[in-house]
Design a protein around this ligand. Structure first.
Ligand code: TRP
Length: 330
């Protein structure tokens, strides 16, 4: 029987934080157990908005090191860089002929990002077609992905279905898997703002590479709400509820477990325990990260192995696409 095929794409931006861990790295390490997993560092997507050429390679290697450090096993899963596998750009051209211009223009992410940019590139508009190519080339069944990518995943499904109905059954129509509640970690200083490296107070973002003292300080100064009761109630208590969710992300315990463990204890004890739990989580990850990150030759070697596997998997799908569309093949 064919194993379940899992695919996800990760932006090569540096400075990963605990919100990325919650919605990303944690899921990736877990999903590699469920089938054949492909994790693609999407450097081609990074150029759709203004980007810094000097930072692109660094960001790519940062993310690669973080994926391996957080538990992706290169023997089990395939980790590769999008631009190393040329099938992605080729498939994007083919699929852009079955992607609807009107539907691309209705993508919320395109509308939001184009409102922020002074130069709106054509690549920002076709971004979702490249994403569809990533997914469809691997005959993907399951895409673990953030809630904000739902519309892009639906577009991918539409593209696959349209391709199949025009040119015959060729592409697998994938399903999105979205994180359950708790996947969304908010800024510790501004619990209404999602934790991010570009938005919200810096002191409210816990970085994967923060030293223990910094983590303890950030937790100590995290905003809490009136009262002193550790109870999950995002409406009334957005600050403490975020810390409870953070605790569940880091330890794997349920919200109920956390609430009952802190029944009768106050915010102070709880905050310092959340800090300890984060430090404990990161203690093995950080040295693994630094060791790999200081060895670019080894990272490039691992990524070359990944690219080789990715090419072998994607080429047959690309060939079928060309054939189905009626191209004279060499
Ligand atoms: N657009 C996704 C994001 O911003 C990243 C991405 C690119 C992706 N290609 C993908 C995610 C394929 C899943 C599958 O998060």
């Amino acid at each position: 029987m064919r194993l379940m095929r899992i695919f996800s794409g990760i932006q090569p931006s540096g400075d990963a934080h605990i919100g990325n861990y919650s919605g990303g790295f944690r899921q990736y390490a877990a999903t590699q157990e469920q089938g054949e997993a492909f994790f693609c560092i999407v450097d081609l997507h990074a150029i759709t908005i203004d980007h810094d050429p000097a930072a692109l390679q660094e960001g790519t290697l940062d993310i690669a090191a973080m994926l391996f450090a957080t538990g992706i096993d290169p023997d089990r899963a395939t980790v590769f860089v999008q631009s190393h596998v040329t099938a992605h750009t080729e498939a994007t051209w083919l699929l852009s002929s079955v992607a609807s211009h009107g539907q691309l223009g209705r993508m919320t992410q395109f509308k939001e990002k184009s409102a922020e940019e002074s130069f709106i590139s054509a690549a920002l508009f076709t971004y979702p077609v490249l994403m569809a190519s990533d997914i469809l080339l691997y005959r993907t069944d399951i895409v673990p992905i953030g809630d904000d990518q739902r519309q892009h995943l639906e577009l991918t499904r539409d593209i696959a279905q349209r391709f199949n109905s025009r040119y015959g059954e060729t592409l697998v129509v994938p399903k999105g898997v979205y994180p359950e509640t708790g996947g969304r970690v908010m800024n510790l200083q501004e619990p209404a703002v999602k934790m991010s490296k570009s938005r919200g107070a810096e002191s409210g973002t816990v970085l994967m590479l923060d030293p223990p003292e910094t983590i303890r300080k950030k937790l100590k100064t995290a905003v809490t709400d009136s009262g002193n009761e550790v109870r999950h109630d995002p409406e009334e208590k957005p600050g403490i509820s975020n810390l409870i969710e953070l605790m569940t992300v880091v330890t794997g315990d349920s919200i109920k477990d956390v609430e009952s463990r802190y029944d009768g204890k106050g915010y102070g004890d709880f905050k310092s325990d959340v800090a300890d739990a984060i430090v404990e989580l990161l203690t093995p990850i950080q040295p693994r990260y630094h060791e790999l990150r200081q060895d670019p030759a080894e990272l490039f070697r691992l990524l070359a192995v990944g690219a080789e596997k990715a090419r072998a998997e994607s080429e047959p799908t690309l060939t079928k696409m060309y054939e189905g569309m009626g191209f004279a093949r060499p």
